[in-house]
Design a protein around this ligand. Structure first.
Ligand code: C2E
Ligand code: CA
Ligand code: CA
Ligand code: CA
Length: 276
């Protein structure tokens, strides 16, 4: 039994070793990718539902790997978070998105806003406020055109979150709760958080059965009672649009309007859809 135990231990430790070295390898590659500027941002338009006007863009990161091609964020964001690389990476995203939005504004889209996804690890950094302040200064983007998309996971430490969110609001930037309805949905914190927008998780639209319809309706009513705007993501069909209009959802985002696109293609999208 002792012998077997030892073997088991070796077996597990080898497996663990493999997992760890894969992670280390990916971490090394991510670090190099950051140095070698292999990351790029795609942008997905956000549309005002009643007027059809483009109100802003969500910045979504991609890794342009020299051998593997375009790698989606789901495959590297979790490791970037675990290793802390999300901090420099997130700063790069913030700077790039703000710079680009300033360029679009100067090209005549003066009211265009940008939304940046913030992971928990980033949110917990004690220099978050300083980082954002200096990027806004550096790029010249007015704070009202920057929105942070955070998730319900940040409600784990309510007091800390309220303090940080109030400081962010103090800068003049907007706060949005992403993937709403899937997380630690304690509705009680909503009234305590200074939030501008709820983003309904796309899983509810994906399967628009009576139960999910009821959930979407409830979220919209509740948010509107609290004077919070609602955006739906993952809008893919005319049926989705009609349902959301009926429910007085404020804004929409999804393949029905546009996939996330590289900067150049967003340039043309903006030109074509200039007057809404
Ligand atoms: P998310 O923030 O919830 O972003 C929405 C995801 O849904 C995006 O996937 C987007 O491409 C996709 N999507 C948009 N419209 C539709 C639609 O109509 N149908 C379908 N089926 N999908 C749609 P993406 O770009 O692969 O990003 C996945 C996740 O990676 C994001 O989810 C976000 O959590 C994370 N992420 C992306 N960029 C960043 C970043 O810069 N920083 C951080 N921390 N996380 C990021
Ligand atoms: Ca998001
Ligand atoms: Ca989302
Ligand atoms: Ca998500």
């Amino acid at each position: 039994a002792k012998e077997q135990g030892k073997n088991n231990y070796q077996f597990f430790s080898e497996e663990l070793h493999q997992v760890l070295s894969k992670k280390l390898q990916l971490e090394r590659e991510l670090r190099r990718a950051l140095d070698e500027k292999q990351f790029t941002l795609h942008y997905q338009p956000k549309i005002h539902l009643q007027t059809g006007q483009i109100i802003g863009m969500e910045a979504l990161i991609r890794w342009e790997h020299p051998d593997l091609g375009l790698i989606p964020p789901i495959q590297f964001i979790p490791i970037a978070e675990e290793t802390g690389l999300i901090v420099p990476l997130g700063e790069w995203v913030m700077r790039t998105a703000c710079q680009q939005t300033k360029v679009w504004q100067e090209a005549g889209f003066t009211q265009l806003a940008v939304a940046v996804n913030i992971s928990l690890r980033q949110f917990m950094q004690n220099n978050l406020i300083e980082m954002i302040t200096s990027i806004l200064e550096e790029t010249g983007l007015a704070p009202q055109y920057l929105e942070l998309e955070i998730t319900e996971s940040m409600a784990l430490n309510v007091d800390y979150t309220i303090r940080i969110l109030n400081r962010l609001k103090g800068l003049g930037i907007s706060i949005s709760i992403d993937d709403f309805g899937t997380g630690y949905s304690s509705l009680s914190y909503l009234s305590q958080f200074p939030i501008d927008r709820l983003k309904i998780d796309q899983s509810f639209l994906r399967n628009l059965n009576p139960q999910n319809q009821a959930i979407i309706k409830t979220i919209i009513d509740m948010a509107h009672n609290m004077k919070i705007a609602v955006i739906a993501e993952g809008v893919e069909t005319q049926e989705h649009v009609d349902f959301l209009k009926e429910q007085r959802c404020n804004e929409v985002q999804g393949y029905f309007y546009s996939k996330p696109l590289p900067t150049k293609e967003i340039d043309s999208y903006l030109q074509v859809n200039r007057y809404g």
